[in-house]
Design a protein around this ligand. Structure first.
Ligand code: ANZ
Ligand code: ZN
Length: 832
């Protein structure tokens, strides 16, 4: 036989060739309109178009794309879309820096990143691409704003904003660095009160909380973060009365059972009663306003809990409605105006923070709870447990805490000085931004009619494009007369437009609905189409979005449901947060200078190798330590696959039947290995997602194929077996290395696109092991491995473990007190 010329694996020729083919056939990755087919909606979070993909993106998209491809091969109608979260501050900063208009800068970046995605072979439905900064998208943000406004879900109120006195402008939170302006590092950011727009997410607080229990496909970690963010708290509101004045100070407490131990009432520095209670005392007023400023800086720095407790006595007293006791009124820096009622009763005997405060200022510390079953002085103060019995509490003495809470609440209701109250930490969503590059808020201010919504038929309110971005303060849109000056929709008289734009979280709260019907020009999307695709079957993204983005998205879904647009209560069934990409021990980031460019990886090793490495190097939920050696290793592995498949493709093509009736010897061993591999990879796609071990299993299969090359060449392994082995191998590679799989599929004489070929099915009988290995532990330490029949029962496994010579040696005559058997997995012998 003439020596065969060996072909070399060359992704630089294979990949662009397939890229061009796929570009010419967009239907391949497009969602089908046939709604009778079972659907699968897989979504990766849309990127901000910074201009360059980073490895975090590559990883995120490699996971989603593998899953999408697998579901296509399982015969589903798959929606796998992509778009651009294209509004936001960086575009304005870039405009300042290089004098490029934000729109132009953004669209250039999108083009560049899309090229990268195409080069990576990501299978997106580009027909449904969305770009949030374009009017065909953001007009629907405005439309939703109007619907929310009609329902009282969008409203305006005075609210604090970050203000830099040197820039004379409002700063976004991310422009506040350590409490100072990002441009003026020594200038402390002030808080100013401005009229701001809000979405009433608190209306849905309870439902957002309850819904978390119905999302078993979400990581517990993410659900916990959301629960904490919503922060539901059951307690009591009680009115203390200001002595002399008669004003009520309403406090919120979760421990009304401790109210006989309240030795002061404390107000937030911005509490509305503070001015009246300090009136005339300039020194006190000054002290409190200094406290307010300090509190803000601490809050910006994000650490109110850690600041030194600080307070001032106002010289006034309040009356405890339960016992008529007179307690001093203080202002304290750790009482937040935004939570509860902005006032608390301080119980130093039973609260850590109050204890610290009372100790510092010499306020009385009183015990009102004692531990159950112990006498009063057996526990130290503060005693913070809720398991206890009331003392020093008048008629309530002897009650246990929970019981006392109920009784005291009832007394408050009866006495008209309080009530049971559920408080949420969740705040309404402030959506106003005094920025240019965002969705204009569709409202008009008429001197005659006040705030008037822009009518639907006048949407979109277009963002003016010819605008000079300067460092000047205030909202940039307020300096564009063509934008600012308009007419009132009601009276036609001169009026001005709202110049605030929307928070970009608005764009990302509903974009995935638009994907189902991105070209719709008469509605945000068709309900019928959305109801087919929703909820999203799998959403994949970074854990940094586990709170805000996901909570806003859930809120938006509930609003849309109440508007009658959709029927689902939640946007996604399964949520997945991928780990970070690390390099040299730190998160890959520009500022650390440890960024590996995807383009460079693709140029050096090919897109398949880069993608497959991103899946191979770590389980998807773990951090991935990027090692270029690893990419090179994957590239060599793909080279072996390429070589063995091209070498034996001619043999496989001689197969004259689909399978061999009763394989034996090498054939049987290879087929067994194949079907075990199929079972494993399939299981991982079904939910476990250990793609790293799936890929390792495929590598191990390839090793066995390489070892059996002689047998395959000699005919000892019949062509039909060779054909099955190679076809299945290539099919299994398709989700991970789509370019190479497409190429080799053709090489094997496969017809049509591999993406539409059925995923191989594992033959359970063939995959079954005759014998399996089970580790045997003594007190949790591995001591031996036994081989038993795969279907051995527990007594047989136990006997085999106890008969193993190493185990006999380790037990040294002792009898285990307990034997734990995890069938098929593990034996643990517990000895004393
Ligand atoms: C008296 C008391 C006694 C309290 C005690 C706790 C323990 P969560 O569970 O987070 O809702 N609080 C109420 N409003 C506050 C505000 N605006 N700023 C700072 N603290 C505030 O916490 C509720 C508790 O936090 C409330 O119950 C109140 O202190 C405090 F042994 O009242 B408690
Ligand atoms: Zn008017």
């Amino acid at each position: 036989m003439a020596e065969e010329k060996e072909l070399r694996y060359d992704p630089a020729t294979i990949e662009p060739k397939w890229q061009a083919k796929w570009a010419a056939n967009p239907a391949l990755y497009a969602a089908e309109t046939d709604t009778s087919k079972p659907k699968y909606y897989v979504l990766e979070m849309l990127p901000y178009p910074s201009g360059q993909l980073h490895m975090g993106h590559v990883r995120n998209y490699s996971i989603g794309d593998a899953l999408a491809r697998y579901m296509w091969m399982q015969g589903y109608n798959v929606l796998h879309p992509m778009g651009w979260d294209a509004f936001g501050l960086p575009a304005e900063n870039a405009a300042l820096k290089n004098n490029t208009p934000p729109r132009e800068w953004t669209l250039q970046n999108i083009a560049a990143m899309k090229r990268q995605m195409l080069r990576l072979g990501l299978g997106y439905d580009w027909a449904n691409e969305i770009t949030t900064c374009l009017p065909d998208y953001y007009r629907w943000n405005q439309w939703f704003f109007l619907r929310m406004y009609e329902r009282g879900l969008a409203y305006r109120k005075q609210s604090k904003v970050n203000w830099c006195s040197l820039c004379a402008t409002v700063l976004a939170n991310e422009q506040v660095i350590d409490g100072c302006c990002w441009r003026h590092e020594d200038n402390i950011v002030e808080q100013r009160n401005l009229e701001q727009w809000f979405y009433r997410i608190t209306e849905y607080a309870q439902e957002l909380l309850d819904g978390l229990d119905k999302l078993p496909g979400w990581p517990e970690k993410v659900r916990t973060m959301q629960r904490n963010w919503i922060g539901r708290s059951e307690g009591t509101e009680v009115d203390f009365t200001v002595e002399g004045g008669g004003e009520k100070i309403r406090v919120f407490t979760t421990r009304v059972d401790t109210i006989f131990g309240a030795t002061s009432v404390q107000l937030a520095p911005e509490h509305p009663l503070v001015p009246a209670l300090t009136a005339g005392n300039v020194a006190l007023e000054r002290e409190i306003s200094a406290m307010i400023d300090k509190q803000k800086t601490a809050r910006e720095a994000g650490d109110l809990g850690a600041v030194e407790k600080h307070g001032v006595f106002l010289g006034h007293y309040a009356i405890n409605p339960y016992n008529g006791e007179r307690v001093p009124i203080w202002v304290a820096n750790y009482v937040l105006m935004e939570y509860g009622t902005g006032a608390i009763m301080s119980v130093p005997g039973h609260d850590e923070r109050d204890f610290e405060f009372a100790t510092k200022y010499g306020v009385e510390i009183r015990r009102v709870i004692r531990p159950v079953g112990e006498s009063e002085d057996e526990s130290e103060l503060p005693f913070v447990s809720e398991v206890g019995v009331l003392v020093n509490s008048g008629q309530y003495d002897g009650l246990i805490c929970g019981e006392a809470q109920k009784k005291l609440q009832q007394a408050a209701v009866k006495g008209g000085f309080g009530e049971a109250k559920v408080t949420f930490r969740l705040r309404d969503w402030g959506v106003s931004r005094q920025r240019y590059w965002g969705t204009p808020i569709p409202m008009v201010n008429c001197p005659e009619h006040g705030l008037v919504p822009v009518p639907d038929d006048q949407l979109p309110v277009l963002l003016p494009e010819q605008i000079e971005i300067t460092q000047q303060g205030g909202s940039p849109l307020s300096r564009v007369p063509e934008f600012l000056n308009t007419t009132c929709p009601k009276c036609g008289g001169p009026a001005t437009r709202e110049t605030d734009t929307m928070d970009t979280f608005v764009d990302s709260s509903w974009y995935f609905y638009r994907y189902t019907d991105a070209k719709n020009s008469s509605a945000p999307f068709s309900s019928e189409i959305a109801n087919y695709w929703f909820p999203i079957d799998q959403y994949i993204g970074g854990v940094e979005h586990a709170i805000l983005h996901l909570i806003y998205s859930r809120f938006w879904t509930k609003v849309m449901r109440d508007l009658g647009l959709i029927v689902n209560d939640e946007p996604t069934t399964r949520q997945f947060s991928q780990g970070m990409v690390i390099k040299d021990g730190a998160k890959m980031s520009k500022s650390r200078g440890n960024v590996v460019s995807p383009d460079e990886m693709v140029a050096r090793y090919g897109a398949d190798a880069a993608r497959m490495y991103a899946l191979f190097a770590a389980p998807p939920d773990r951090d991935l330590d990027w090692q270029e050696d690893g990419v090179a290793g994957i590239s060599r592995f793909l080279g072996r696959v390429f070589r063995i498949v091209t070498r034996f493709a001619p043999v496989a093509s001689k197969a004259n039947s689909d399978s061999v009736a009763a394989p034996e010897g090498v054939s049987l061993a290879l087929l067994r290995k194949l079907h075990q591999t199929i079972a494993k990879v399939t299981l991982d796609f079904a939910g476990r997602w250990h793609f790293n071990t799936s890929i390792a299993a495929i590598m191990s299969l390839v090793n066995e194929l390489v070892a059996a090359e002689g047998a395959m060449a000699s005919g000892e392994v019949p062509p039909a077996v060779v054909a099955e082995l190679l076809r299945s191998l290539v099919l299994m590679l398709a989700p991970f290395a789509p370019f190479l799989a497409a190429e080799l599929w053709v090489e094997l004489g496969g017809e049509g696109e591999i993406l539409r070929k059925p995923w191989p099915v594992s033959d359970a009988a063939l995959a079954k092991e005759d014998e399996i290995e089970i580790p045997v532990q003594i007190n949790g330490k591995l001591r031996a491995v036994i081989r038993v029949a795969a279907d051995a029962d527990n007594p047989t496994i136990e006997a085999a473990a106890l008969a193993h010579e190493k185990i006999i040696e380790w037990l040294a005559g002792k009898t285990p007190v307990k034997i734990i058997i995890v069938p098929g997995k593990l034996v643990n012998l517990v000895v004393k």
